[in-house]
Ligand binder design. Sequence first.
Ligand SMILES: Cc1cc2nc3c(=O)[nH]c(=O)nc-3n(C[C@H](O)[C@H](O)[C@H](O)COP(=O)(O)OP(=O)(O)OC[C@H]3O[C@@H](n4cnc5c(N)ncnc54)[C@H](O)[C@@H]3O)c2cc1C
Length: 238
Amino acid sequence: MSREAIEMNVESVTVEAADTKTIRLTWPEGHNPEFKTGQFITCNWPDEPSYRRAYSLSSCALDRGFYEFTVRRDGKMGTRLVDWIKPTQKLVVLPPAGRFLPVYEPQKHLICMAGGSGVTPFRGFVREATRQKLETKITVLYSVRTPKDIIFNSEFLQLARENPRFTFAVTCTRAQPADQWSGRSGRIDAEWVRQQVGDSAETIFYACGPTPLVEFAEHIVLNDLGVTKAQMKTEKWG
Ligand SMILES: Cc1cc2nc3c(=O)[nH]c(=O)nc-3n(C[C@H](O)[C@H](O)[C@H](O)COP(=O)(O)OP(=O)(O)OC[C@H]3O[C@@H](n4cnc5c(N)ncnc54)[C@H](O)[C@@H]3O)c2cc1C
């Protein structure tokens, strides 16, 4: 695919949580790229061509005519996007790239670990597997501060109803009594991950998001569970 940057129109902006929004960009007329679920696009504002940042696609490769990505208010670009982007504005987009790809083999089990906005590419993983009725088993282990911080909650719950091979499991690190959270509390830990593993040789571990969280997940998988590096894929956001 050509690496030419293309200006795209902002079609919609959806609030996912207090600090997080999903931005949908419409492909221009005649644009019909090949790309893979799990890849990221690179964006800049038209008035700041040298300030580019990468964003994982939260849509999947079966979604045609648009890209969706989901941004947390963080740093210069994240803040400008979350606070200021509006439909009809434009962003300049470099085509999807990256190797953080789901291995959709029938006997595989993908255990996907994320914190906060790091869950974004996993929505794409599960969307594609569910629509294609794939045999691949997927478990998303998702850590958030409070229930209000869960993004894509209703879509993940719906996908879990449609796809018996998908499990969505959330843990809250700072839920308060007022949140009335009856689910799991605390961080993702080795015991919780171990409980999800059936056939270890057929399991692939994924972790995505800010570097400290991904390194923490790597420590659990490689050190505590003793899994080889070949069975783990990571996407570090810096
Ligand atoms: C492959 C890839 C995929 C990504 N996908 C996503 C995604 O799907 N969603 C998403 O939200 N992000 C994603 N990111 C992160 C994104 O690219 C940006 O890095 C993020 O939006 C922050 O914007 P920025 O780089 O302009 O921040 P910067 O302003 O460069 O800041 C970078 C970091 O430094 C901190 N910082 C900035 N200024 C200061 C300061 N003065 N003192 C202390 N700390 C400071 C910020 O809080 C931030 O954490 C991805 C990154 C990569 C590499």
